[in-house]
Ligand binder design. Structure first.
Ligand SMILES: Cc1cc2nc3c(=O)[nH]c(=O)nc-3n(C[C@H](O)[C@H](O)[C@H](O)COP(=O)(O)OP(=O)(O)OC[C@H]3O[C@@H](n4cnc5c(N)ncnc54)[C@H](O)[C@@H]3O)c2cc1C
Length: 367
């Protein structure tokens, strides 16, 4: 906790790693904090298997890729080989990356910033937010206990226990398939409960087929449609638990009777979709502006866009944001005016943002 880094980088995707590489090249001290189990976790999670990665560049963009080392090749390669290449590059350059650490907050200190994470605090002069656009939605329940998993790194963790998966889409179904598979391999018949607020589930045909196969091979799955997470409580033994309402019986006397189940939070995985980063900006006190009629061409009316200088600094001093986190547009302050600025969500944009931010930081720190 004594090290004060020049730059703390949140997120190890194309934007974050380009920032890291440029810091490394120019002698700035830095640390990448990535919530996934490996770098480029955002891409690994969202690209379909075998997808080709294109070195797309917007037609009107004047600059080349400013970090050639991390750009996808001109001849498209599969996502698997791009990821492998980047892993080797990061190892070869010995970039300073910590995985499995989730960013939570930033505090201002006398001598800079403190970045608060799930694994402790880090001090830095500047913070770069490069956590992309896919921020998993938090489970909102009343009560003290709230933290549940949002995806599954290791399905075998759920062997031997009754698991609850929340969410009605493909991601939830995929998680269930993986857990059922892990259970099947060791002959574990403990059920996986699948809860969704709506009465019907919404998965594509291919996922449904894979799920059906797991069920026919012995997978023990219990559906809980129309159920609603209610309370996060800490029981007498100090275990965080989630109470989920699975049925309501409305009585003539106005008193509702309901059935509920209570699961230890560590048995719960919530796959309830993702959202843009605006709630994080709000939490950090970073200003954003709502698009009013006629002001924005890309964002819809009412959507809020983060306010940034031309160097990607937010209204919170020393905190920068870049890449997918500010796509497809943001509000740019330039020469006394504020206007919506187009910002396509591409690897090109993420890499080039990093270049401009590191140049700005170098000027400010005199390095
Ligand atoms: C299916 C698909 C196909 C695409 N194909 C192409 C293509 O062919 N060519 C192209 O140029 N672009 C493509 N894109 C877009 C491109 O992937 C994005 O523009 C790019 O990944 C953005 O980079 P980024 O570093 O800003 O964000 P991301 O790549 O999203 O990286 C953000 C990182 O931050 C981490 N993170 C998130 N929250 C936290 C937290 N709280 N704490 C710590 N770490 C956190 C994530 O795990 C992730 O690793 C595609 C996108 C998708 C979804």
């Amino acid at each position: 906790m004594n090290t004060v880094y020049d730059v703390l980088i949140i997120g190890g995707g194309p934007a974050g790693l380009s920032t890291a590489y440029l810091c490394h090249k120019h002698g700035l001290s830095y640390l990448v904090l990535e919530s996934g189990k490996a770098i480029f976790q955002g891409i690994a999670n969202t690209y379909p298997e075998g997808k080709l990665v294109y070195a797309s560049k917007p037609k009107d963009a004047p600059e080349p890729f400013m970090v050639d080392e991390l750009r996808p090749p001109d001849k498209p390669v599969t996502v698997e080989s791009y990821l492998q290449y980047v892993q080797h590059f990061v190892q070869h350059e010995n970039l300073n990356v910590q995985t499995d650490v989730a960013f939570e907050d930033i505090r201002d200190d006398r001598d800079g910033l403190t970045v608060i994470t799930s694994k402790g605090n880090y001090k830095g002069k500047k913070a770069v937010l490069s956590f992309g656009s896919n921020i998993p939605r938090e489970l909102t329940v009343y009560g003290d206990a709230k933290m549940v998993a949002k995806n599954v790194d290791d399905p075998s963790k759920y062997v031997g226990i009754k698991t609850l998966v929340i969410g009605g889409g493909n991601t939830a179904a995929d998680v269930i398939i993986n857990i059922l598979k892990a259970k099947r391999e060791v002959n574990d018949h403990q059920p996986v409960y699948w809860a969704h607020m709506a009465e019907t589930f919404d998965v594509n045909k291919e996922t449904a087929q894979r799920l059906g196969e797991e069920i026919l091979l012995g997978g023990n799955i219990r559906l809980l449609p129309g159920s609603m997470p209610r309370i996060g409580e800490v029981d007498e033994e100090g275990v965080d638990r989630l109470v989920i309402r699975i049925n309501v019986f409305q009585q003539a006397d106005g008193v509702d009777v309901y059935h509920g189940m209570s699961f230890p939070m560590q048995n719960v995985i919530a796959c309830i979709g993702s959202q843009g980063p605006v709630p994080i900006f709000d939490k950090l006190g970073i200003q954003s502006i709502a698009c009013t009629a006629g002001v924005c061409k890309i964002a819809r009316e009412g959507e809020r866009l983060v306010l940034l200088t031309s160097e990607f600094e937010t209204t919170r001093k020393n905190v920068y944001v870049m890449g997918g986190a500010i796509s497809p547009s943001y509000m740019k302050i330039s020469e006394g005016t504020i206007a919506e600025e187009k910002h396509p969500n591409l690897i090109y944009t993420a890499i080039n943002d990093a270049y401009h931010v590191v140049e700005a930081i170098r000027r400010k720190l005199g390095k």
